[in-house]
Design a protein around this ligand. Sequence first.
Ligand SMILES: [Zn+2]
Length: 363
Amino acid sequence: MPLPPLTGHAEIRLRLATAIRTGRLPQVLVISGAAGVGKQRVALWLAQLLFCERQDQEPCGSCRGCRLVDGLAHADLHWFVPVPRPKAGDPDKAVDEAAQAIAEVMEERRAKPLYGTPDGMASHSMASVRLLHRQAALTSVEGGRRVFIIGDAERLVPQESSQEAANALLKLLEEPPAGSLFILTTVDPRRLLPTIRSRAVPVRLGRLSDEQVRGFLAAQMTPALAPGALEERVALAAGSIGEALAAGEESARAYRSADQLLEAVLAGPAAGYERALRQPPFSARGEFTAMLDALADTLGEAARGALGEATRRPVPVALGRRRDPALLLRAMERVAQAREAAYGNVNPQILLAVLGEELAEVL
Ligand SMILES: [Zn+2]
């Protein structure tokens, strides 16, 4: 799978391309901007531009250098991402472990280039920075420049520990090897050590326009989003493709949860109780209301199906057998009432138990 196309940031791209052409590209950059606006994608774009054989304003996309970056397979491109802290006590073994973990993430990204936020516990540990030192000390494989991307660079300083990893990185940035480029990306440059910041030239990415987010989602989402869902997603994204994708995951979770509830209700009382017991507490009220919205939408789809209209998404099999639209509409009313009650200070678990019983009666 090739990298998703880089969307927006035209001015920054022009500035960086001009800097390369005039030989004034700094050796250390810190790209900052809101989550999901494409910081690491811009870093990859810059790597591609440096490795491109055409030497133009934009990577050509078809030469060997461009194709290798596109497949995350360029030997002189080193992309560091936060990974779980290695368990090995021996420093060399810990470096091997970090290298393995990073390689696994790269493998995932080759298969699925649209990725989410790394796990909250993942970081750039001392082992990752040692690995970076090791790679930086080698010579170029392709004979040209070498690019090191350090994504989510604020994770160089894990909460509980010392600044050992950040300081070790600093040593490298103070005297970067000839021909190397270091690109750190972060949502907040103030979370980097001031000494690291002072070594780097800042590049600030703004939010994308709604038009750009819409264009990206329309071209990249499979299956394609229905027009209403697309607009909703654009509104939630607030100029961030990452946010748009995360909203999609939240919504998928809400639909899964709604389907499970319906299946339990339709399977009879015993299964319904079991489901109530298994139900993990909703971590946020928003998650609960999102599930109720998904529930109403699913019942609406089933009603549409029962009326012989085309449905936009599959409904649980057992629900698809309910052929009476009046019953389905009554069930939707019950969900709407629960949705109202959810605005008040009602415990979601209790609300859900009551709703489950009501749905079981109606359906
Ligand atoms: Zn090229």
